[in-house]
Design a protein around this ligand. Structure first.
Ligand code: F0G
Length: 533
């Protein structure tokens, strides 16, 4: 036994990548050559990269081994079958999983058994129809990443709405739409609405981050009901719940909130969809902090979470699942299916769009190798020791920063530490239109080779929005921690760098946009200039 306070290690590294030795001068040259655009800075020249936790996970040895079983056939590759079974196991079966991927990994020789248990199984009634039912009523769609699932969903929805209910206006409320979700909804002429629970910035004592959690990612139920009553249920095609709530500082959503949103959705006959990007991390928070779930296993919590939704879109680049992949699912003959299958089955429409845009339904733009790695990843991310390590690493980083006086959102969420930029620059002359958060990210790269990501007035285009729309913009710099990649040295280096910059914050440059101010998704595209005073 070891003293309390130490965590027993749960993993070790067997492959190592060296970090390049780059000078501040060299980084300055690279910044100037890439117009000070943070997304354009070459990753090769960084020490630590927190730009995203998406697709940046280090895969496990078992995932690498599974790649060798990848089947690249064009029609019904083997991975398709084991992946659909893994979806059913993880999202529907809780502890009663079947894990039929083992039939392939152990090279099952009994062909009848393979056909009966894996290749020729007819399944219906859940999120993942199988065999003939997936042909008759398709409801599970594999795509290259999360935004492709959003694109499929909202373009198809738009088509059905325009054909059958022309001229009406539509709203899709969420506890916090991610930027690609918001953009996909917008570009189909539907209004995305964020209903954050009001208390993301409320004070939270750092000493309590391991004891209690207020689930700041929840949706504001009162405002949800008000919106539906004002607009009418027929003008709200879907309700979305993002778990965890990336836009609201990565905060988790409670089971209680899922249940309450579901009750509202049922009352008005509106389908509830999850943006399930970090479902496993969310489940861990429920186990840790929500009353009644201490004794439940993570798979059982996940199963209960998904009972509440009628469908979900997901990016498999999150949650340590895989480096690539996304999906769209809805309940067979559920609310969504019934409401939007007017002349044609909405699943058939979605499948046609999937084949047109991404590839046929058995690979959806992924390689057979990706599919195998994802299948294994689905089982690994619901393991409790993995999740504990993951969440605690992010928590340690937030705690160290808070104790050094750097204003971070507390308690921290599951995948990232969010620095509160309004408080960071308190006492200086930095105004919102000076893009202080961007200045901070530029200075972190220049001096320390650390990349974070502004999610605030620059990324969300504060200067182009109405006073009403501006209310929905929070002001953060996010440090998203890739899974299984960094260790305590990286975290300590980052904490030291951020603390030093916070103490010298009057030296952080203001930022001007010099090219592409009007571009959409401009954080990927514009040229900037740091202005040192
Ligand atoms: N939904 C949420 C909540 C997300 O965080 C993301 C991606 C997506 C949807 C889109 O998925 O990237 O696979 O197309 N978030 C990444 C991030 C990019 O850095 O937070 P995708």
């Amino acid at each position: 036994m070891v003293d309390q306070g130490f965590r027993i290690p749960t993993k070790k590294s067997l492959v190592v990548r060296k970090v390049r030795d780059v000078t501040q001068k060299q980084r300055e040259r690279a910044q100037a050559a890439t117009e000070y655009n943070v997304f354009s800075f070459p990753a090769e020249l960084l020490v630590v990269d927190y730009l995203s936790d998406s697709g940046t996970t280090a895969m496990t040895d078992r995932q690498w081994a599974a790649l060798m079983y990848g089947d690249e056939s064009y029609g019904r590759n083997t991975g398709y079958f084991v992946l659909l079974e893994a979806f059913r196991d993880i999202f529907e079966r809780g502890d009663a999983r079947r894990k039929t991927v083992d039939l392939i990994l152990r090279n099952e020789r009994d062909v009848d058994k393979l056909m009966d248990e894996l290749l020729l199984v007819d399944v219906e009634g859940g999120f993942v129809n199988g065999g003939r039912f997936q042909l008759m009523r398709p409801n599970a769609f594999i795509v290259p990443q999360g935004r492709c699932a959003e694109h499929l969903l909202f373009t198809t929805l738009r088509k059905v709405l325009t054909e059958h209910f022309p001229g009406s206006e539509y709203w899709i409320p969420s506890n916090g739409h991610f930027d690609t979700t918001e953009a996909n909804i917008h570009s189909n002429d539907i209004h995305p609405v964020n209903l954050f629970s009001g208390d993301i910035f409320s004070e939270f004592p750092v000493e309590e981050i391991r004891d209690v959690n207020p689930f700041k990612g929840d949706m504001d139920i009162r405002r949800l009901v008000k919106l539906i009553d004002e607009k009418g249920a027929e003008s709200v095609p879907l309700i979305y719940l993002t778990i965890t709530n990336n836009t609201a500082a990565g905060q988790p959503v409670s089971m209680r909130n899922m249940r309450e949103v579901r009750e509202v959705a049922d009352r008005y006959g509106i389908p509830l969809f999850f943006d399930a990007c970090r479902f496993a991390e969310n489940a861990y928070f429920i186990k840790e902090f929500e009353e009644g779930y201490e004794g439940s296993s993570i798979p059982e919590i996940v199963r209960e979470m998904f009972i509440h939704c009628d469908g979900f879109s997901i990016s498999f680049k999150k949650d340590g699942l895989a480096n690539m992949g996304g999906g769209l699912f809805f309940k067979d003959r559920g609310v969504f299916h019934r409401r939007f299958s007017v002349d044609a089955d909405v699943g058939v429409l979605l499948k046609e769009m999937q084949i047109l845009s991404f590839g046929n339904d058995s690979y959806g733009g992924l390689s057979g190798r990706d599919i195998m790695a994802l299948t294994i990843g689905l089982y690994e991310v619901v393991e409790e020791d993995y999740l504990r390590d993951r969440i605690e690493q992010v928590r340690d980083m937030a705690e160290k920063l808070a104790l050094n006086g750097v204003p971070v959102v507390l308690p921290p969420g599951g995948h990232a530490v969010y620095v509160d930029i309004d408080r960071f620059f308190e006492g200086t002359d930095v105004r919102i239109e000076d893009f202080g958060g961007v200045g901070l990210t530029l200075e972190l790269i220049r001096r320390y080779g650390i990349r974070g990501c502004e999610l605030g007035p620059f990324a969300f285009e504060w200067d182009k929005k109405t006073p009403e729309e501006r209310k929905g913009i929070l002001n953060f710099v996010r440090f998203a921690v890739p899974r299984n990649v960094y260790n305590v040295e990286h975290i300590n280096y980052t904490v030291a760098a951020l603390t030093e910059l916070h103490r010298n914050r009057e030296r952080i440059p203001k930022v001007e946009i010099v090219r592409g101010k009007e571009l959409r998704l401009r954080h990927f595209q514009t040229g900037l200039r740091p202005v040192y005073s």
